[in-house]
Write a protein that binds this ligand. Structure first.
Ligand SMILES: [Zn+2]
Length: 185
């Protein structure tokens, strides 16, 4: 994810394509699969805060004037200021929004025909959900900049273990390959 990182000079501009309705359906299908994996991994109960703590937007849902992200940014998490997380587990409405950058994801896939949309989405969404789970248990949203790289590596490692439960070798290989400074999610 890329919470506050600014575009660096020379960053490649992102793609401007949008998911089709069919692709959006795949997004929400993958979100449900990723959520189930997280639920099993962390042993969340079905009515626990986790399930109410986030929403998802794709680029078409973003308000006009939302600043574009460089091409290497697949997704990010925004904290909803109207619904700040409550302390402890009293309030399940933690209020995070996962934002996917359709154009950047589609641009990346067009250059990597060996990667399927479904696999890439599963990886991105599981990664973002691991961040959200950890905002509560391990690492708050406002982690100091200096600790973020460490946190990204930790989240990456957990994401691989979470997705391994699906028993899909191709997906596991993809999850291994995407630990790179090159991408932001
Ligand atoms: Zn991340």
């Amino acid at each position: 994810m890329n919470r506050v990182r600014d575009d660096h000079p020379g960053a490649h501009p992102g793609g401007t394509a949008r998911f089709t309705p069919d692709q959006r359906a795949i997004v929400f299908d993958c979100l449900a699969v990723a959520e189930r994996c997280l639920e099993e991994f962390y042993r969340f109960s079905p009515r626990e805060w986790f399930h109410y703590s986030y929403t998802l937007m794709t680029a078409g849902d973003l308000p006009d004037g939302f600043p574009p992200r460089p091409a290497n940014v697949f997704g990010e998490i925004q904290k909803n200021p109207e619904r700040p997380p409550a302390g402890g587990d009293a309030d399940p409405n933690a209020g995070y929004t996962i934002v996917l950058f359709d154009g950047n994801i589609l641009l990346h896939l067009s250059g990597h025909p060996d990667v399927s949309l479904r696999h890439l989405l599963l990886y991105i969404l599981a990664h973002e959900l691991v961040h959200i789970a950890r905002f509560h248990h391990a690492r708050p949203f406002d982690t100091p900049e200096i600790e973020k790289e460490d946190e990204e590596r930790t989240v990456h490692a957990i994401t691989g273990r979470v997705l391994a439960r699906l028993g899909d070798d191709q997906l596991v290989r993809l999850a291994d390959n995407y630990l790179s400074e090159e991408y932001s999610l």
